[in-house]
Design a protein around this ligand. Structure first.
Ligand SMILES: NC(=O)c1ccc[n+]([C@@H]2O[C@H](COP(=O)([O-])OP(=O)(O)OC[C@H]3O[C@@H](n4cnc5c(N)ncnc54)[C@H](O)[C@@H]3O)[C@@H](O)[C@H]2O)c1
Length: 355
């Protein structure tokens, strides 16, 4: 079987630290070729090409797609910078792996999703938490129970490592940029989300520390297709203390399950603790490469069209909060009939009506 020739759009933090290390292992085994590195910053593309031994370097993905014969492409750029790489890949029938959040513009995500569906090629969105063995265990156990309720508490501490993740208009806020992983995980456990209503505690204009303009708190309620309801709370208030919390609870009849990457606890007892913790990014990479090389896409847990519901759930939360907690049906939000679609970009994290 030939090595899969891979192209990369965006050679920043996540590509270099999470995707390329396991792919470099697959390259050593002859399963992939790191064919083309494209970054808007030519120096970054060139230096990462030297580090990982890529064959070609580009600063424009259109030129890369024109000149290279690729079997798969990783698109890992900040969410407001997506233009047409997904559409070109779909047109050329090249499988894509796109980092989350896919974009901040739900209409653009729908266009990409339709093109990828039409092309029929395998796709993946970077919701790697689905590949934790603990996630798989909890999903299977939930299927044997009657779930009613889920709770997520993410109380982040510390600062932001990149400028764009500190700005609402560039990252969509912490709920979109970070909590989307846990929202997607709830979907892995419980199925699709139908409705959202959200209250945010917005940062007042000028309230520091600069340059952050993100809401302090995101309080979001979901209803799932199954009738299960969930409450997902996120805050970015603990900046200068080393204290944080990450809790994911699924409450079923007579069963309180707690998920973490390391273990699953049911009614106070550890019921699953993996002896060997495989890196979820490595599993995600192996499954993507397997889908490309053998056509067996059964290991892909998060195709672009399937992942649209997770994106709609977090962008829909922003839209609901900007309308004072209005109930939003995700079908309507995705079709564009409700939901402050334009304000998702325009609302720079300030309270509705605040100047
Ligand atoms: N799965 C995870 O756990 C995880 C973790 C971190 C980031 N991410 C996601 O990965 C994506 C990228 O984040 P990052 O942390 O790597 O960002 P980053 O800012 O570190 O890197 C982005 C890179 O993309 C390049 N770039 C921007 N526009 C480009 C374009 N049009 N063509 C080519 N290159 C372009 C930039 O020059 C930069 O090198 C984001 O969507 C982010 O949310 C996911």
């Amino acid at each position: 079987m030939n090595a899969a020739r891979l192209g990369f759009v965006g050679l920043g933090y996540i590509t270099v630290n999470a995707h390329l290390p396991p792919l470099a292992v697959l390259a050593e085994k002859g399963h992939v070729t790191l064919q083309a590195f494209c970054d808007a910053d030519g120096g970054t593309a060139a230096s990462q090409a030297r580090t990982f031994g890529a064959n070609a370097v580009y600063t424009d993905h259109r030129e890369m797609f024109d000149k290279e014969d690729l079997d798969g492409v990783y698109i890992c750029i900040p969410p407001t910078l997506h233009t047409d790489a997904e559409l070109i890949a779909a047109e050329k029938r090249i499988p894509v792996m796109v980092e989350k959040p896919q974009t901040l513009d739900i209409a653009q995500a729908v266009r990409f999703s339709e093109a990828i569906s039409k092309s029929g090629v395998p796709s993946q969105v970077g919701f790697m938490s689905r590949y934790y063995t603990t996630a798989e265990f909890l999903r299977d156990r939930v299927s044997e129970r009657t779930p009613r309720h889920a709770l997520v508490q993410l109380l982040y501490s510390g600062g932001h490592i990149r400028y764009w993740t500190s700005r609402f208009e560039l990252c969509g806020g912490s709920f979109v940029e970070n909590t989307i992983h846990m929202v997607d995980l709830l979907r892995f456990f419980l199925g699709d989300i139908t409705e959202v209503s959200a209250f945010y505690h917005y940062r007042k204009p000028g309230e520091g520390p600069d340059p952050i303009n993100l809401p302090h708190v995101y309080d979001v309620n979901y209803r799932f297709e199954s009738g299960v309801v969930a409450s997902v709370t996120t805050s970015r208030v603990l900046t200068n203390v080393n204290s944080s919390r990450r809790e994911v609870l699924v409450v079923c009849d007579d069963s309180l399950m707690e998920w973490s990457a390391e273990r699953v606890v049911e009614n106070g007892e550890t019921v699953f603790e993996p002896t060997y913790a495989d890196n979820p990014f490595a599993i995600q990479a192996r499954e993507f490469v397997k889908a490309i090389r053998s056509g067996d896409a059964s290991g892909l847990r998060n195709g672009y069209p399937q992942a649209l519901n997770s994106l709609a759930a977090v962008l829909g939360a922003n839209a609901s909060a900007s309308e004072g907690g209005a109930l939003i049906r995700l079908d309507d939000f995705v079709s564009g009939t409700v939901g402050a679609r334009d304000r998702v970009h325009a609302n720079a994290g300030a309270a509705p009506g605040a100047s």
